[in-house]
Design a protein. Structure first.
Length: 311
């Protein structure tokens, strides 16, 4: 059963509380925290419909879990402005969602899990610090500052360009596009750092400067040791947006019992691909990946862990 709900934080956030059919008892709850971008409660944007949270919710509700997912500020039916939303605003919204869930009459406040995907995995430990929960699932996360991850992404992108075969690769090298990537990033970062505005314009596009500046002072590795609950950490071997091997760093850093897995051929979209493991190839394949349901192996791992957790 799905209920439309409003989470009261600095702004009203619209969301969906999905409950198992058995209404005679209180249910364990999974609060879902999005990746970066203007994502709605299902993890969809106009450009890319990931739909991960909707699909996960449909599975776990059948296992007896309630789920809470919400539209980000300025997205879907939620109030606020997405471009003016900072990292700490996102953390506070996650805290508000967890508190809303704990106070709901259908929820067992002593059985709450935060599930974070991508940036949501970076945010989850900060939510835990303010509002402790009893479990955490981190999908496609990092154990380092965002700036370190984006620097690695640029290096992977440049390596891809330098080794790309055929006419396309030749053009990229002739135009020295790999060198231009660093120059463009440096110009953008200087503009962000030298601004006190929430939003700046760069090449005609809105840039969330507040969000970027706050990430520059945030290191999830400093918060992970404060996580004392059981943690499941999963990343795919073909994830080109985070470093897959960092699942083991995350598991080592948390204080609670942890399980870390790298799922073969899984990407950041939580689907598998047989495409070549190259930065540009995997990113280009996203639009086809999201047409498929979430990976079956991933769903099985999540389900098994949840059932053990809820014993």
């Amino acid at each position: 059963m799905n209920q439309e709900v409003v989470i009261q934080g600095q702004y009203q956030l619209s969301g969906t509380l999905s409950l198992p059919d058995n209404q005679k008892e209180k249910h364990p709850l999974i609060v879902m925290v999005h990746g970066s971008g203007d994502l709605d409660r299902d993890e969809n944007t106009k450009r890319l419909k990931i739909n991960a949270f909707k699909e996960i919710s449909d599975v776990v509700v059948k296992l007896g879990f309630a789920t809470l997912r919400y539209d980000k500020r300025g997205v879907g039916s939620s109030e606020g402005d997405f471009y003016q939303t900072g990292l700490y605003d996102l953390i506070n919204d996650g805290v508000a969602a967890v508190r809303f869930g704990k106070n709901h009459p259908s929820i067992d406040e002593g059985k709450v899990i935060i599930l974070g995907h991508s940036e949501g995995s970076i945010i989850a430990p900060a939510i835990f610090e303010k509002e402790p929960v009893q479990g955490m699932i981190l999908l496609a996360g990092s154990a380092e500052p965002l700036a370190d991850t984006t620097k690695w992404q640029r290096e992977e992108m440049k390596r891809d360009m330098r080794t790309l075969k055929g006419f396309e690769g030749w053009i990229l090298r002739v135009l020295k596009v790999d060198q231009k990537i660093d120059k463009m990033n440096e110009k953008l970062m200087n503009k962000v750092k030298n601004s006190t505005e929430d939003v700046v314009k760069y090449q005609g596009k809105k840039i969330n400067a507040k969000w970027d500046r706050e990430h520059q002072t945030y290191n999830v590795a400093e918060l992970l040791p404060m996580v004392t609950c059981p943690v499941l950490v999963i990343t795919g071997s073909k994830d080109v947006q985070v470093k897959p091997e960092q699942v083991y760093d995350i598991a080592r850093l948390v204080s609670g019992e942890s399980q870390a897995l790298i799922v073969k051929d899984l990407t950041h979209m939580l689907r598998k691909t047989e495409k070549e493991h190259r930065f540009s190839v995997i990113l280009k394949d996203y639009k086809d990946q999201v047409k498929q349901p979430l990976d079956k192996e991933l769903i099985e791992i999540l389900s098994d862990w949840l059932l053990r957790w809820n014993k």
